[in-house]
Design a protein around this ligand. Structure first.
Ligand code: WQD
Length: 344
């Protein structure tokens, strides 16, 4: 056993896939999640994939007493991966206080308690949203961050700064910030995946719900951007690949492979794909047509962004491996599984 890791938000989309990869790599996992945007059944899915049931605490990381109890009941935690956060960009504009309160209190509580309980490594879920609209692509970690366009994005920038300040103050911890691009897909077994609440705001869940007939039509937000086909370009990263980056990041900190206390990595494929190309990829990979139409641009969208993942490739030894076709098939299989289970 490599060590005990606390995964906050571990029943969510990225947290559940990361728990699977941590267990596959020999780590013991304790999940804490308040189930505000996920379901306790996810723990069963993780167990079916790995044969190991992670410890699960239903609780809220904004409550420091809950965290004290958790660290006492699960002694010996050496690393934390912090997924627990509110993450809907549009909702954050409507409810900024909720977003700042949740996302920042969770972070502050965890950073506060790490030295108390001897936790050494911290992985933070950051986002390419910190770059705003890039001046050039692919974008490297050294590109300047820009004014956030939503409270959600602002919490990611502020969180990055808080972590840097805490480390600068001499806290005996190490941290790695992973800036995710657009995570999509599901575990190939379709035991776990993304479970959006209500009408999906993100492209791929909306696309798969349209393909299965829950939604009549996918709206493509704009075809008049300055891109080859006029639709926006993103770096779509398979969620299992993304999960594996977290294992590499923890290994690096806990095995003291670097003497740097704070590092930041882009986690993307290095390839930009347009919205229309993604729809094509889905249709090609699954043989299922997706009714779609072009509509107005969505306010606040970035025109094009994709990662330069060289630092993660070279320093972490991590590479995106899944093909876009396999990723699309995994998303489709997951959507079909939800139908079989009568969930959607
Ligand atoms: C992708 C592209 C849309 C829906 C957001 C957050 C980011 C990260 C991931 C995480 C855009 C287009 C979408 C639809 C469409 N946050 N689109 N029709 O906006 O790149 O990133 O999610 O939790 O921080 O900002 O992702 O999936 O919403 O959109 O045409 O119905 O698909 O315009 O170009 P985005 P997305």
């Amino acid at each position: 056993m490599k060590g005990k890791i606390l995964v906050t938000g571990g029943t969510g989309f990225i947290g559940s896939h990361t728990t699977v990869e941590l267990q596959n790599a020999g780590y013991e996992v304790v999940i804490i999640d308040n189930l505000s945007n996920s379901n306790a059944d996810v723990v069963d899915g993780i167990e079916r994939i790995t044969g190991i049931r992670p410890a699960f605490v239903e609780g809220d990381c904004t409550c420091i007493d809950t965290l004290h109890r958790l660290f006492k009941e699960h002694p010996g935690i050496t690393g934390i991966i912090n997924f627990a956060a509110s993450k809907a960009v549009g909702e954050s504009v409507q409810k900024p206080i909720l977003y700042y309160r949740n996302n920042l209190n969770i972070l502050l509580n965890l950073l506060d308690l790490m030295p108390v309980y001897g936790v050494r490594g911290f992985v933070f879920s950051s986002s390419c949203t910190v770059y705003g609209e890039p001046d050039q692509n692919p974008i490297t970690e050294d590109a300047p961050t820009k004014q956030a366009t939503s409270p959600y994005g602002a919490t990611k920038q502020i969180s990055e700064n808080i972590i840097a300040d805490v480390i600068r103050s001499g806290s005996p911890i190490k941290a790695i910030l992973l800036r995710y691009f657009n995570p999509i897909g599901a575990h190939p077994t379709a035991e776990i995946g993304e479970l959006p609440n209500g009408v999906p705001q993100n492209l791929v869940p909306f696309l798969t719900q349209t393909a299965i007939g829950i939604r009549p039509m996918l709206s493509v937000f704009g075809d008049d951007y300055n891109t080859p086909d006029g639709s926006c370009i993103r770096d779509f990263i398979n969620v299992v690949d993304l999960a594996k980056a977290h294992v590499k990041a923890l290994d690096r900190m806990l095995e003291d492979k670097s003497d740097k206390a704070l590092e930041v990595f882009n986690i993307g494929t290095g390839e930009g794909l347009s919205v229309l190309q993604l729809i094509d990829a889905f249709e090609r990979a699954t043989g299922v047509k997706v009714p779609h139409k072009i509509v107005e641009r969505r306010e606040g969208d970035i025109e094009q962004i994709w990662a330069d993942p060289k630092r993660a490739n070279e320093v972490l030894g991590w590479h995106a491996e899944a093909s876009i076709d396999d990723t699309m098939r995994s998303a489709w299989k997951w959507q079909q599984r939800l139908r079989e289970r009568g969930i959607m």
